[in-house]
Design a protein around this ligand. Structure first.
Ligand code: SF4
Length: 283
C-alpha cells in the first residue's frame, strides 16, 4: 500500500530524553511521525504513536511542518535557562524519510541549528539522503559537536531484504559513510539491531567510521527483548535457521569479534555506552 502522507502543526518539537536516550542526550527531535521504512523489528510499532493508529506501521507519515520554527523557539527558551541541548535526531522515525527529498524538514532544522546550535547533535538514519545536506553538516560541525550515525545492521543485502525490505541498500549507506568521513564529519556505524553478517563486515567499515555502536534485538529494544518478542523476532530468526544469531550472549560475541579489527575505544556496546564521549573517536 502506498504511504499516506499528511501535514501537521506540532505543539512541541523537542522531547525530554528518557529511557534509552537518558544516558547523556537531553532531548530527542523527530521531524516526522511514522516511518516509510517499516523495518520489521522496529520497536516503535509497539509504542502509543502506532498502537493508537488505524493504519499499519510504515503506511503513514506525518510531516511536522513547523519543526524548524519550533526548534528555534524551544532552544532559545532552554538557553535562557542555561540548559544544555544534546540532541538525538531521531528516536521514533528516520529524519531522512523518502519524502524529505521534497519536504526538506530536516534540512530546515539543520539551517535553524546554524542560527541556534545545540551543544551536540547526533543524526541517526538509514538513508543516504543525509549526504544531500553535507554542505550544512560541514558548517554545523564548526558550531557544535556533531556525530552522523548510519544504521548498518549487516553487510548482507539478503538480510536487509528480509528484515527491512523498504530501507535503503547497505551499499548506499556505506558509500554515504565514506563521503561524510572524507568530508571531516565524525561518523558512526550503528550495528543496531545486529543482523547476521559475513566475516568481512568489520573490514568494510574500516577507515570510514570513527565509532561502532553495537546493540541487539534482545537487549536493545528498551524492554530487554519483550518488544522484539511481541514483534515475532525469535520466530523469524528460527524460520530462517538463524537461531544462533538470536542467542542470549550474541552481543558479547559480536563485540569480541569487532574488537579484533578495531581499537577498544572505537567500539561501544548497548545503552550504557550509547552516548558518545570525548574518548570515542570524535574528530
Ligand atoms: S527506520 Fe527506524 S523508525 Fe523507521 S521503521 Fe526502521 S527502525 Fe523504525
Amino acid at each position: 500500500m502506498p504511504t499516506i502522507y499528511s501535514d501537521k502543526q506540532a505543539k512541541t518539537i523537542l522531547s525530554r530524553a528518557s529511557g534509552y536516550l537518558d544516558t547523556g542526550f537531553t532531548h530527542s527531535l523527530n521531524p516526522y511521525s511514522g516511518c516509510a521504512f517499516a523495518c520489521r523489528y522496529c520497536y516503535v510499532r509497539e509504542m502509543p504513536v502506532q498502537t493508537f493508529k488505524d493504519e499499519p506501521w510504515g503506511d503513514w507519515v506525518e510531516r511536522k511542518t513547523n519543526a524548524a520554527e519550533l526548534y528555534v523557539q524551544e532552544v532559545r527558551r532552554l538557553r535562557r535557562k542555561n540548559e544544555p541541548v544534546r540532541l538525538f535526531m531521531s528516536s521514533a522515525t528516520d529524519p531522512y524519510q523518502p519524502i524529505e527529498r521534497e519536504a526538506k524538514l530536516t534540512r530546515q532544522l539543520l539551517e535553524a541549528m546554524l542560527d541556534a546550535p545545540p551543544d551536540f547533535l547526533q543524526i541517526q538514519t538509514r538513508s543516504p539522503l543525509v549526504g544531500r545536506d553535507l554542505d550544512l553538516l560541514i558548517l554545523l560541525n564548526g558550531q557544535c559537536q556533531l556525530l552522523v550515525s548510519l544504521t548498518v545492521e549487516t553487510d548482507r543485502e539478503d538480510m536487509k531484504r528480509l528484515f527491512a525490505p523498504h530501507a535503503p541498500a547497505i551499499q548506499q549507506r556505506l558509500k554515504t559513510l565514506t563521503a561524510l568521513h572524507d568530508a571531516g564529519i565524525t561518523t558512526q556505524a550503528a550495528l543496531s539491531p545486529v543482523l547476521p553478517f559475513t566475516p568481512a563486515f568489520p573490514e568494510l567499515l574500516q577507515g570510514i567510521v570513527d565509532r561502532i555502536w553495537i546493540d541487539t534485538l534482545r537487549i536493545g529494544d528498551g524492554t530487554m527483548g519483550r518488544r522484539s518478542k511481541r514483534l515475532g523476532m525469535p520466530e523469524l530468526f528460527a524460520q530462517e535457521g538463524l537461531e544462533a544469531w538470536y542467542a542470549e550472549d550474541i552481543h558479547l560475541r559480536i563485540d569480541r569479534y569487532f574488537r579484533k579489527f578495531f581499537p577498544d575505544q572505537m567500539i561501544r556496546l548497548s545503552k550504557t555506552e550509547a552516548y558518545p564521549d570525548e574518548t570515542s573517536g570524535s574528530r
